[in-house]
Ligand binder design. Structure first.
Ligand code: CTP
Ligand code: K
Ligand code: MG
Length: 181
């Protein structure tokens, strides 16, 4: 695989995990997952993790995966890359894993004294990737190993923080997000 093909596969395979967090920002609000409960004097998760944001984010990523499956052949031919299609279990695992990773990160942020919206460099940029990859592996191990080769994983590790930082900066400037991270 050429470097460009590797990048194309990496972006394609992770799109269903990239979109949920942005969709959650647009859909956010409503009842917080933790119902306002605290643990050790701090919120368990905080108001930034809502049922609606989580549900809409997961649905948006899953719908995108279904759409990508429909056009993988045509887009792959145009790009000259062998783009993967997502097995049914992965259609759900990638976006749900992204949302779960974000929720777990908020749990860690609250336990370490960070208020809602506080930055946690490193965790903020990679939480959703790690958990979505983990759930995708559990959902379809053979597909995972075939799709996420070491070069593809390496590209994901590099481009994810770049994409995360730039999309959040845009969302912040558009007034959609309270903080630029
Ligand atoms: N959001 C949501 N549900 C989620 C994730 C995000 O409703 N599961 C919405 C919330 O409105 C949230 C916004 O998207 O405020 C931005 O997401 P994020 O930066 O992850 O949340 P923060 O408000 O920064 O809270 P935290 O410090 O817990 O990350
Ligand atoms: K976050
Ligand atoms: Mg935030």
């Amino acid at each position: 695989m050429t470097v460009l093909e590797t990048i194309a596969v990496a972006v394609w395979a992770m799109l269903p995990a990239y979109v949920p967090n942005n969709a959650a920002v647009l859909a956010g609000g409503g009842r917080p997952i933790d119902g306002g409960r605290t643990w050790g004097g701090r919120r368990i998760l905080g108001d930034g993790k809502s049922w609606r944001g989580t549900a809409v984010g997961t649905a948006a990523g899953a719908l995108l995966a279904v759409a990508l499956n429909a056009v993988a052949g045509d887009v792959g031919a145009a790009l000259g890359a062998d783009l993967p299609t997502f097995p049914p279990a992965v259609i759900l695992a990638l976006p749900f894993g992204a949302m779960l990773g974000d929720v777990l990160a908020s749990f860690l942020k609250r336990r370490t004294g960070r208020e809602r919206g506080a930055a946690f460099p490193g965790l903020d940029q990679l939480d959703f990737v790690v958990v979505s990859l983990l759930l995708a592996f559990l959902a379809a191990p053979d597909w995972f190993v075939e799709t996420f080769t070491l070069p593809v994983l390496a590209v994901i590790l590099v481009i994810t923080p770049l994409l995360h930082v730039s999309t959040n900066a845009v969302a912040y400037r558009l007034g959609l997000k309270d903080e630029p991270w």
